[in-house]
Write a protein that binds this ligand. Structure first.
Ligand code: HEC
Ligand code: HEC
Ligand code: HEC
Ligand code: HEC
Ligand code: HEC
Length: 446
């Protein structure tokens, strides 16, 4: 017979690892965590780098504030099914507020500690995950003196250190970078995209691309090392990271064409640098698109639309200025007579869009990832090391001038459809087209 208290101890021991420190609302206080500035006193370079990243602005940045306070929070109060996002958004975007039970937090202009976002203390108090394949803020966290990091021999005068294998894995990032909606749709899957792609097989993790290493010291008074991890986390908000992320090449029927004749071209897009799909992350609102046009000898421009391939859901991947959607915005904000916004913003008609459309329970395309019932109709993004080919067949106008005809192909990226950016009066920098790559070719009109 096992004595009752020993039995209880055994049960506690068995279940402890899975629940003891997993992220749960209201289990800590803000005071359990130091401010990033504190850490920056010694870790000056890392602090400076982190300050520039989106993760330091994950609560304060304009679009995050708008989406939470104007859409998700009111929606959570209105619709039981999505009520969990009131706290859920905060668990990833301002983990200290969530852990402290400060939900909803005060808006960013009130300058509370919610503004710290994904801070040093968040990542360096993380000890592991409660899931086998992590998603939805399933990190375990243990505030205190011990900072978990990648070194076995780190010694600090200010805090204890502990070696953490977890910090070198993609699973750590997956705790926040993969997300399932209340309807069970995978609305962020950067980790899962990476996992099934070539980089996971080669052992190249998120940190290898997003936290590049170079010689130096990580702290004043620290050891000189040859491979300090930089905290730059460049993603799609960094035009330099996007430039050249996909190679664009264009080939056309060579030789001569004549007015009224047909010109055939093919564009090849190769994703040779991105470890997951491009676009990834918030794919409900990200678009990558290819514009193709011809310029005749007099400088006149002619748009050249992409040839249809005939796959299911293709209509969502070809720009159409008459397509209106995002009606859920009007419902949530209670705008009478709201007809929706332009699905593709200002992308010129006929351009191919590499995107992953999400649909709400009423079957309309949505940028509200938490209100996504299904996104399995079509996923036309570019996988890691995939090449996509797009065909163009253009009948030259009968009056096109003789001489040089140049065909241009330009690939652009945008974070948010411009129609949504304009509607919410976001800073233009949030939704402008960012150039990714281009290619051109000339033929002779005889
Ligand atoms: C008084 C200076 C000082 C302050 C303040 C400080 N650290 Fe450190 N920290 C160090 C030194 C020194 C090291 C060891 C560096 C080395 O060995 O390369 C270190 C190492 C680390 C490591 C690496 C641990 C490992 O095992 O790899 C992490 C993570 C870390 N600090 C996080 C933090 C965080 C988070 C804060 C703020 C709460 C902070 N530090 C504040 C001096 C400081
Ligand atoms: C998004 C999570 C995240 C945030 C935020 C973050 N770190 Fe880190 N940090 C990591 C990871 C992961 C590593 C290990 C990277 C590797 O070795 O590939 C690391 C490594 C470190 C190291 C050891 C560097 C080395 O190479 O020896 C220090 C010190 C450190 N971080 C301090 C900080 C400080 C200070 C801040 C805030 C200004 C901060 N970190 C913010 C995830 C984070
Ligand atoms: C505690 C949650 C959390 C963890 C852990 C985390 N992230 Fe993030 N990350 C976020 C959030 C939230 C954002 C979005 C910020 C925003 O909306 O402004 C983000 C943004 C980013 C971006 C910027 C993307 C862009 O659009 O420019 C990159 C890159 C990134 N994270 C990489 C990583 C990597 C690599 C790791 C693992 C070492 C990691 N993150 C771990 C929550 C997290
Ligand atoms: C082989 C290098 C590489 C690896 C590995 C990699 N990334 Fe990226 N990542 C990139 C590049 C390049 C971009 C910029 C292009 C883009 O935005 O898709 C990027 C963009 C991102 C973005 C912004 C996505 C968007 O479209 O808004 C996030 C978030 C991100 N990475 C997180 C991660 C996480 C998490 C992992 C690991 C599971 C990871 N990355 C692995 C190279 C890499
Ligand atoms: C599982 C963690 C997680 C949850 C839950 C979550 N987010 Fe995010 N969010 C992220 C990550 C990671 C990114 C960065 C992806 C990228 O760069 O493409 C992000 C990106 C965003 C962005 C885009 C930022 C930009 O500049 O384009 C907005 C806005 C946003 N989230 C708002 C919300 C709202 C509102 C909710 C609640 C309905 C929410 N998030 C729930 C992790 C999460």
């Amino acid at each position: 017979m096992i004595n009752k208290s020993i039995f209880i101890l055994m049960v506690m021991f068995l279940v402890l690892p899975s629940w003891a420190y997993s992220a749960e609302m209201g289990t800590c206080k803000y005071d359990d965590f130091k401010k990033p500035k504190n850490c920056g006193m010694c870790h000056r370079q890392i602090y400076k780098e982190w300050k520039e990243t989106l993760m330091s602005k994950s609560y304060t940045h304009a679009w995050d504030q708008v989406e939470y306070f104007k859409l998700a929070l009111p929606h959570a109060k209105k619709l039981e099914k999505v009520s969990g996002v009131k706290a859920g958004c905060i668990a990833c975007h301002s983990p200290l507020a969530f852990l402290s039970g400060d939900v909803p937090p005060k808006p960013a202009d009130q300058d509370t500690r919610a503004n710290e976002g994904v801070s040093c203390e968040v990542c360096h108090n993380i000890t592991g995950t409660s899931e086998k394949v992590p998603f939805n803020f399933s990190f375990n966290i243990k505030p205190g003196k011990v900072k978990y990091g990648p070194r076995k021999d780190a010694v600090s005068p200010y805090h204890k250190t502990a070696y953490s294998e977890f910090h070198k894995t993609a699973e750590m990032c997956a705790t926040c970078h993969d997300e399932q909606s209340p309807y069970g749709a995978w609305v962020k899957a950067t980790y899962r995209e990476w996992k099934e792609g070539p980089y996971a097989k080669e052992g190249k993790v998120c940190q290898d691309c997003h936290m590049p290493k170079s010689p130096g010291k990580s702290a004043g008074g620290g050891k000189e090392r040859k491979d300090i991890a930089h905290h730059i986390f460049h993603g799609s908000h960094s035009p330099a990271q996007l430039a050249g992320a996909v190679d664009v090449s264009l080939a056309c029927t060579d030789g001569a064409v004549s007015p009224g004749g047909v010109l055939k071209c093919q564009a090849k897009l190769y994703n040779g640098k991105v470890g997951h799909y491009i676009p990834s992350g918030s794919s409900e609102e990200r678009m990558l698109w290819l514009e193709v046009w011809a310029v005749d000898a007099n400088g006149k421009k002619y748009p050249v639309p992409v040839e249809k391939k005939g796959f299911k859901g293709e209509e969502y991947t070809i720009a159409d200025s008459s397509a209106m959607t995002y009606q859920a915005i009007g419902e949530i904000m209670e705008i009478k007579g709201f007809k929706g916004l332009k699905r593709d913003g200002n992308i010129p008609d006929g351009a191919r869009i590499f995107r992953h459309p999400f649909f709400d329970p009423k079957g309309r395309m949505t940028i509200c990832q938490w209100y996504t019932k299904d996104n399995t109709l079509v996923d036309y993004r570019i996988k890691p090391r995939e090449t996509k080919m797009e065909d163009y067949v253009w009948k030259l106008p009968a009056d096109v001038p003789k001489g040089k005809l140049t065909i241009k192909a330009a690939l652009y990226y945008s974070e948010i459809p411009s129609s949504v950016g304009e509607f919410f009066k976001l800073p233009k920098s949030e939704y402008r087209p960012i150039p990714v790559g281009s290619s051109e070719m000339s033929v002779n009109v005889k």
